[in-house]
Every structure is written in structure tokens, then in C-alpha cells.
Design a protein around this ligand. Sequence first.
Ligand SMILES: Nc1ncnc2c1ncn2[C@@H]1O[C@H](COP(=O)(O)OP(=O)(O)OP(=O)(O)O)[C@@H](O)[C@H]1O
Length: 400
Amino acid sequence: MTTTEDSGRKITGDSIRLEGVEKRYRGAPAPAVAKLDLEIAAGDIVAFVGPSGCGKTTTLKMINRLIEPTAGKIFIGDRDITNENPDRLRQSIGYVIQSGGLFPHWTVERNIGAIPRVLGWDKKRIAERTEYLLDLVGLDPAEFAKRLPKDMSGGQQQRVGVARALAADPPVLLMDEPFGAVDPITRVRLQDSLIDIHRELGKTIVIVTHDFEEATKLGDKVLILSEGGHIEQYGTPQEILADPATEFVAEFIGSGATLAQLTLTRVRDVEMAPVVTARVGEDSATVAARARTAGSNWVVVVDGLQRPLAWPSIAEIRTAETVVAFVDKRLPTVAPSSTLHDALDAMLSANQGGALVTTANGRLLGYIGIKTIVELIHDQQPDAGEIDYAEFAEAEENAP
Ligand SMILES: Nc1ncnc2c1ncn2[C@@H]1O[C@H](COP(=O)(O)OP(=O)(O)OP(=O)(O)O)[C@@H](O)[C@H]1O
């Protein structure tokens, strides 16, 4: 069922309810998960975090009955799924694991079409769905549909894993450490992509992660568990950071709390600066004059779809008659849904005083500078010491 909240948020997912759910592994002295009660609202992303062995994965896998609960009931929407046929149940719940979990000898399209084929969809419908989903996860269908997983990067495989999990349009998506095996930059991109997908589709998503920062970035709510699947706190990232419910929570978020504060503010929440753009082949003097009029000493060279190619200074532009077709593969780019922490990371790893803000499709939206971020961090943490803003202003002057 699709509903739209007052806030304009679309919801197609179902609620999930765990009632007294318990898992006792054979021969284990204590239950891995003891009497867990939990309600997840339809359309929310909920992140499970906690130390290793606390029962995150066990809880997640009980929701699609990859692990059978020893006691208790689980509802998806109004359906008590505890006694449903587990195979049929799993066809209605998307599931994503760490390395994508793709069948290695199947092409991307065959992987994505797996569940629709089981459900008896016709070829045309499967092909259309595959194309839509590849596009949704940011992969060009023309380029990737016929590829084998081994010919793709880990991040691309993971995108296909997400597309496959969404193939039959399930109301619920379960993700077990989905971004655990990719490098930090790819991880941020995949997280941003998931936020976009969630916004577009409105599914209910449950994600297990080791990383509190990832949990606060992705989760509408975060569930912090301790050993035995014991709930230490279940609340919004803001609530948890502002008021840790127990000593355990305070210690668990401990040193990560400052960074996590940075994840509460998104690039879209701060003011972006406009950017002067140029096209390959344009007259350099005209571009330089345009930049100067706008008070900028750099421009961004974009392609026909407004995607950034390079970020030269005016001095660099002036070294040739016309703007050259140079592509810089290491441009620091962030998405509107990126956190300020992601943005800082992108700037620092590219040694730049700022980052370009782009849409999921890579279209340039604007610029965010390090000074803006530092000022915000400072505002959010009144106890922090004095900051030498001039230093950061200088870093920005020198951008790119
Ligand atoms: N198949 C199994 N048989 C016996 N014990 C198990 C089994 N699977 C998990 N356990 C135990 O259950 C407890 C919870 O494990 P679980 O994998 O759910 O934790 P987790 O929080 O997801 O851990 P991690 O973050 O390390 O993945 C652990 O003590 C684990 O050793």
C-alpha cells in the first residue's frame, strides 16, 4: 500500500513488529537473542548496531526466517509471518548481504531477474524492471546488463545486489553489513545512493552495521543492542546522541559521538555556493572573465549533462586558448544527502579546501567549502576552543 505522509514522504513499505522473539542456538548456554520486542514503522530505515556477537544478524535473519525463532511472533504489516512458508516469505522480502551475494556465473540481468522468474513474470516485464532498477542504483543498463559480477568493482556488485533485492518490489528490505567490504569513498557513495533510493521508493529498510556513524547517517531510528539482543536504546540519532539511555550506550557511542554529530547535518542543510561552469572548447579568456565577474578564481568544466569533468583555476584555464578536455578522476564530490563528515572526508582525502555537490546522476549543483563546515561544527559544539577561521578561508582561497 502506498501512503504519503504530511511531510510529503512516500511510504510503500510495511511495518515490522517483533513480539517476545527469542533465539536459542542448540547447545548454547544462553539465548543469542532473548525476548525481544520491537516495532519498526512502515517506511522507516532502522539501523541495528552493537558490539560483535550481540545478536544483530540473528535478529535480522529471524525477520525473513533464514533463522527460525525459538519463541515469539513476527508481524510484517498485519501478517503473522511466523508460520508462513519460508520460501514464499523470502520472495517478498529483499535481502542484501556484504559482498552482494550475486551468482558469479550469471550476468547482471539474470541475477536481477532471479526472483521475478521464480514468480513467473514474463520476459518483457522482467527486462523493463531490470532496466528501471539498474538505473535506480546508478548503473547504465546498456553497459552493465550483460556483465558478469567478476568484471565489476565491489561497489558496482553491491549496487546490483541492491537492485536484485528490490526486483519483486518487496515492502521490506533487510541488509546485513551491506557496505562492510568496500573502500571508504565507495561506501559513502553507496550510502548516499541508498538514501536516494529510500526516498524514491519508501520501503521499510533494516540494516545491520558495525559502524555507529553509518547507523546515524542512514537510520531514521537506531537500535543499540548489547549481548543477548538486549535493547539498550531505540531512538532517533538525535535522541541517542543528546541523551544516551544507559552507561553502555554512552560508552558505545563514546569517542564516535563528536563525529556522529557531524553526521546529523547534511550537505543539503547548509548553504551551497554557486559555481561558474565552462564547457570544453569554450574561449579561455571569456571563461576567465566570467569567473572574475562572479568573484571566483576557479571554474568547473562540465559535460553536456552538467557533470563535472575538471576543476581548474583561472590561471590553469589561461594556459590554453580554449578550455581543454581534461578529466580529473579525483574530484571531491558529495551528494546533498552526504553528511558534513563525508564532505570533510572528501575534501581532506583530495587535499582540497572544498567539494563539489552533485546529484545522484552526477549533475553539478554547487560548491561547499571547508570554512562553512568548520563554522557549523563550531556552532554545534559551543565547548570547542577558538578556531582560526582565517586558516580555513585561506584553504578555500586556494581551492581547487
Ligand atoms: N549458527 C549458530 N550456532 C550457534 N551460535 C550462533 C550461531 N550463529 C550465531 N551464534 C551466536 O549467537 C550470538 C549472536 O550472533 P550474531 O551473529 O547474531 O551477532 P552479531 O551482533 O550479528 O555479531 P557480528 O557483529 O560479529 O556479526 C553470538 O554469540 C554467536 O556466537
